[in-house]
Design a protein around this ligand. Structure first.
Ligand code: HEM
Length: 184
């Protein structure tokens, strides 16, 4: 069940129909992305801090919030540059981000609305700065791909842990899940 980040990235690019034109548009706005990234980070962490559960996680070590501002700014800018043209390096980076969140125990219930706030804030800023609608679409696609990485990490890590602990086959595990979903 081990996930190949590069193959997953390629599948997502096809699934959301992220095209060469989208890539070109994002790259052309990479400087703008860098410029607005600190503002987006500020909105993002204001939102996360407004939730008591997430606020506790964010402040559980003294330097965490400060460090996160920096990593968010990098993450945001990378959506525009694509790092290596949205290739293996990009995929590996996104997979690692997913694994970090799983390790800390931040669930999909936190991550999905958090990404929605990013899309919302970017959309407001795009309008304010008179940027094309196509840029909003390209950015939203990339946010959804990045979100898919974080979400998929939960599934992959949980499944791998159960399989390793129990020695079950992947087929048995999938049948048990399907059966569980029938009774739920
Ligand atoms: C839109 C969704 C999110 C994005 C794009 C994002 C981005 C990132 C990035 C880039 C890192 C650094 C990963 C690394 O070290 O390689 C990180 C770590 C982390 N994120 Fe998120 N994050 C998201 C959602 C959340 C949510 C909902 C929380 C809830 C509190 C959260 C809390 C954390 C924490 C605690 C760390 C580890 C910080 C440390 O180094 O101690 N993130 N995140």
């Amino acid at each position: 069940m081990a996930l190949d980040p590069n193959a997953f990235m390629a599948a997502m690019v096809n699934r959301v129909n992220f095209t060469d034109a989208d890539k070109a548009l994002l790259k052309a706005h990479a400087d703008w992305g860098k410029e607005i990234a600190p503002d987006m980070a500020a909105h993002f962490y204001t939102y996360l801090s407004s939730d008591p559960e997430m606020n506790e996680i964010l402040n559980s070590t003294p330097d965490r919030l400060h460090r996160l501002h920096g990593t968010f700014v990098e993450w945001f800018h990378e959506m525009f540059t694509g790092m290596d043209d949205w290739g293996n390096a990009y995929a590996q980076r996104r997979w690692r981000i997913g694994l970090v969140h799983v390790r800390i125990g931040i669930g999909p219930q936190h991550v999905v609305p958090a990404m929605a706030t990013v899309v919302q804030e970017v959309s407001k800023r795009l309008k304010l700065d008179g940027k094309p609608e196509a840029l909003q679409e390209a950015l939203s696609q990339m946010c959804m791909i990045d979100l898919a990485f974080i979400e998929q990490a939960y599934v992959e890590v949980s499944a791998a842990a159960v399989l390793q602990e129990t020695g079950w086959s992947e087929g048995l595990f999938k049948r048990l899940i399907a059966k569980g979903a029938e009774v739920a």
